[in-house]
Design a binder for this molecule. Structure first.
Ligand SMILES: *Cc1c(COP(=O)(O)O)cnc(C)c1O
Length: 404
């Protein structure tokens, strides 16, 4: 498997000739083709796809995803407004997220959103109150956090507590008859990340059907929609496995059948866009230190934080061809903290201050997941490749543009 095609490499190379700072490039052509492959097989199966906007909220990414027929899952006012700004109908927007204040609920309903994942008893109350005030009805999915007793077969995160949703026991306190403006249509569950095995995912999903059906029965509503969230992984090393979409669809269809629901929803972030983004980063220098070869880069976790929070590096390549023998380098960003490591990678030994590295699989959880202000370096630029042409969407911005 190669993470960087010759064609993308050429585009990145030509941008780098005129761009002094680190930049992201998103391959919208590749993305459109990939999404086409995802959406073409799902509608017959009764599976509805949502894009989790937090993975990458860039305007041109959202527009490409819109064209493919995905709907949009947003978790903040900022994400909602960015989606609406691209001309997307609020009827195609779903709101998930643990922090829905009364103010945010008011704003979302006001802007036309009608589908919500409720994550607490307060959220249900506030959604009902606000819907009554604005004289609308809302579709509600309850977010469930499952747990298995210690020692039992358990792959859903066991007894680790998160703020996402409530346990089945906690939801028992809900009286759905008290909420005249709300149609309780389904349940939402999502407690895993970056999974690369269809078998494991199918196993997780099938363990959830019985407790979820039981909860809907207990609360007295018909389970029409089952929303399984995201968590589909992409490879970050050459050796990683890859998910096979037709197999996943097959597994999902089986879950749908067993759960007896009308619709099965998936909210894809990483799996939708992760493989279509590249982060190009100038080498500042190579140096030797205590017998180790180090590379100091212009950009680091200020632009791609993920390695520091997951201990998983983005796969990297030298942009230029070189015949020099390769060796291993510790790659560091520009921040004055040892956390700013981009991993250990093998490159041609003649790599120098005129070179660029390209980090792959950076389409999701890159630009907006990072910490760009720390140490006042430039914000990374963002380019897209569309119809085989490159365009700059966001120029690199100096610290003066955001410091007060
Ligand atoms: C982040 C998130 C997703 C997307 O997760 P991926 O692992 O990127 O697919 C989906 N749903 C919700 C509610 C999320 O918070």
């Amino acid at each position: 498997m190669s993470f960087l095609s010759t064609q993308i490499r050429q585009h990145i190379d030509s941008i780098s000739k005129n761009e002094p700072y680190p930049f992201f490039t998103y391959d919208l052509d590749g993305l459109a083709e990939h999404l086409q492959g995802l959406t073409s097989s799902v509608s017959d199966a009764g599976i509805k796809l949502w894009y989790a906007v937090k993975a990458n909220p860039l305007s041109s990414i959202i527009k490409t995803i819109d064209k493919s027929g995905f709907n949009f899952d947003v978790a903040s006012s900022g994400e909602l407004k960015q989606v609406l700004k691209q001309g997307i109908d609020p009827n195609r927007v779903l709101n998930t997220g643990p922090a829905k204040s009364k103010r945010q609920i008011n704003e979302f309903i006001n802007l036309g959103v009608r589908t919500f994942v409720a994550e607490s008893l307060n959220q249900v109350t506030w959604l009902n109150e606000e819907a009554a005030a604005q004289e609308v009805e809302l579709d509600i999915l309850l977010r469930v956090q499952l747990r298995w007793p210690e020692g039992e077969k358990n792959s859903l995160g066991g007894d680790s507590l998160t703020p996402f949703g409530l346990g089945c026991e906690q939801w028992q306190a809900l009286n759905i008859a008290d909420h005249s403006q709300l149609n309780f249509t389904g349940l939402h569950i999502f407690q895993w990340g970056n999974m690369l095995s269809t078998e494991k995912l199918a196993d997780l999903w099938s363990q959830m059907v019985a407790p979820l059906q039981q909860l809907a029965t207990d609360l007295g509503f018909e389970l029409k929609t089952l929303d399984l969230g995201g968590g589909l992984g992409i490879p970050y090393t050459e050796e990683d496995k890859q998910l096979h979409w037709p197999e996943l669809i097959e597994a999902l269809s089986l879950i749908k059948k067993n759960a007896g629901v009308e619709q099965l929803w998936m909210e894809l972030g990483r799996y939708a866009v992760g493989e279509y983004g590249y982060y190009a980063n100038p080498v500042v220098e190579q140096k030797q230190n205590y017998g180790v070869d180090q590379l100091i880069m212009a950009g680091g976790i200020n632009h791609i934080l993920r390695p520091a929070v997951t201990s998983q590096d983005f796969p990297a390549l030298l942009l230029r061809d070189s015949n020099a023998p390769s060796k291993s380098f510790n790659v560091h960003g520009p921040l004055c903290t040892a956390l700013d490591s981009l991993g250990e990678h093998t490159f041609a030994s003649d790599i120098n201050e005129n070179d660029w590295l390209v980090f792959n699989q950076c389409g999701a959880y890159g630009f907006t997941e990072s910490m760009p202000y720390f140490l006042c370096h430039e914000l990374a630029a963002e380019y897209v490749i569309e119809n085989n042409q490159t365009h700059c969407i966001r120029p690199a911005q100096p610290a003066q543009s955001y410091l007060y």
